[in-house]
Write a protein that binds this ligand. Structure first.
Ligand code: ADP
Ligand code: MG
Length: 393
């Protein structure tokens, strides 16, 4: 074979190598055996946030940003030691605005038992994680929804007849009391005393049963299978439902003050999602209040929900303010709270999914906006704007 032939073959092989390297949207870096960079493709710069220089011959630890460099050097070392692939499955990287998650794998390149180098691949998996989270959440909601609908249905029937019977009892007692009040013998006086407290007991029972009936109504609203298409709904009812459904969380921790608008407003969207948003905000507020007052919960916790037209915006937006007087948060934490999986709570307590649902529902599903104001040690206010898609009615 002549030198010319060899050169042709070499050029063809090189072209194939280059083609393989650049023909996909995974980040790919090829390393020499000493782990210095041999070649890399364009997506690498973006996905790994590398400086746009000539990086050939450089070490990964010197070109990768911050801690990521150490982590990648480590998996290459592991890969070299074990001569088998190693991976960083969910590596967070903080961008200017948000954290992205990267999956990084290192493969040893071995031919005839000789280690020739390494291949590093990288993929931005932020969207995939978010989709997985949404799917998981959707599945959870569906199951909870089905259960709730069943329970609500079961409770509904006995509640109805207790309610009817109590009303009947009340009418009998009223009649009996008025009958007895006209009689004056000792026996009648005794009877009168006996039944004196009965009307109060019956009234209290009626009140109780009305409360149960309200809870059942909220459960039924919430467990109604979420619509695929947006539907008209009353956001005030959706928030009322959230307040009732989360009462077990806030009752011992805080008082809720819900300031409603004067006019009835209808939104177009997903009422279950909005109810869930407020359940999540209430739970977070309770955690923050508990965090601040620790065991001293002598009624200092306060949550204020205010629904209003946003006058500055010619009334085409609904403005919802949600405030608590809990721990508040630092600027650093505030920057990250809407990221999926971000939590400052211990394992088992926090999942970091509450505000990710809030963000996804308000911003993505309803094309609204959400912002947060917070002073550390004093409390937080979440400000939500939702477009009035159908106007007032
Ligand atoms: N009302 C609040 N006051 C103070 N910090 C909050 C509040 N709401 C959310 N946070 C912070 O945001 C983080 C993320 O909240 P979230 O997404 O609901 O996840 P989780 O509640 O599971 O931690 C919390 O861990 C907490 O640090
Ligand atoms: Mg939460």
């Amino acid at each position: 074979m002549s030198i010319d032939d060899l050169e042709k073959i070499y050029k063809k092989e090189l072209a194939l190598f280059e083609g393989l390297l650049h023909s996909n949207n995974l980040a790919i870096i090829i390393l020499h055996e000493d782990a210095s960079i041999r070649a890399l493709n364009n997506p690498s710069f973006e996905i790994f946030h590398l400086p746009k220089d000539n990086l050939e011959g450089k070490r990964l630890g010197d070109v990768f940003p911050g801690e990521l460099g150490v982590a990648v050097e480590n998996i290459v070392a592991e890969c070299k030691l074990t001569q088998s692939p190693a991976a960083l499955e969910k590596q967070p990287y903080k961008d200017e605005q948000k954290t992205v998650f990267i999956e990084i794998k290192a493969f040893p390149v071995i031919r005839q038992n000789v280690l020739l180098g390494f291949l590093i691949s990288g993929e931005d998996i932020t969207e995939r994680l978010e989709l997985e989270r949404q799917n998981k959440e959707g599945e959870k909601f569906r199951l909870v929804g089905e259960l709730t609908a069943g329970v609500a249905h079961e409770i509904n029937t006995p509640v109805h007849y207790i309610q009817n019977n109590l009303k009947y009892l009340k009418s009998v007692i009223d009649e009996l009391t008025s009958f007895l009040s006209n009689k004056n013998t000792e026996e009648f006086q005794h009877m009168k005393m006996l039944i004196e407290d009965v009307p109060d007991a019956v009234n209290q029972s009626i009140e109780g049963i009305q409360r149960i009936s309200g809870i059942v109504r909220s459960m039924t609203n919430y467990s109604h299978p979420g619509t695929i298409k947006p539907e008209e709904f009353d956001p005030v009812t959706a928030i009322d439902d959230a307040i009732i459904l989360s009462s077990n969380e806030w009752k011992k921790v805080a008082k809720i003050d819900f300031i409603k608008p004067d006019t009835k407003i209808m939104l177009k969207g997903y009422s279950n999602g909005i109810t869930q948003v407020f359940v999540n905000l209430i739970i977070n507020a309770c955690h923050a209040i508990k965090g601040k007052y620790k065991n001293d919960l002598s009624n200092d916790g306060k949550i204020v929900i205010k629904v209003d037209f946003n006058n500055e915006c010619l009334r085409n937006e609904l403005k919802i303010q949600f405030s608590d007087n809990g721990t508040g948060m630092s600027e650093e934490i505030k920057d990250k709270i809407f990221e999926p999986f971000f939590t400052t709570k211990p394992i088992g307590k926090g999942t970091g999914q509450g505000l990710a649902q809030v963000y996804s529902c308000i911003v993505k599903s309803h094309k609204g906006k959400i912002a947060v104001d917070s002073v550390e040690g004093e409390g937080s206010t979440f400000i939500i704007h939702l477009p009035l898609l159908t106007g007032e009615s």
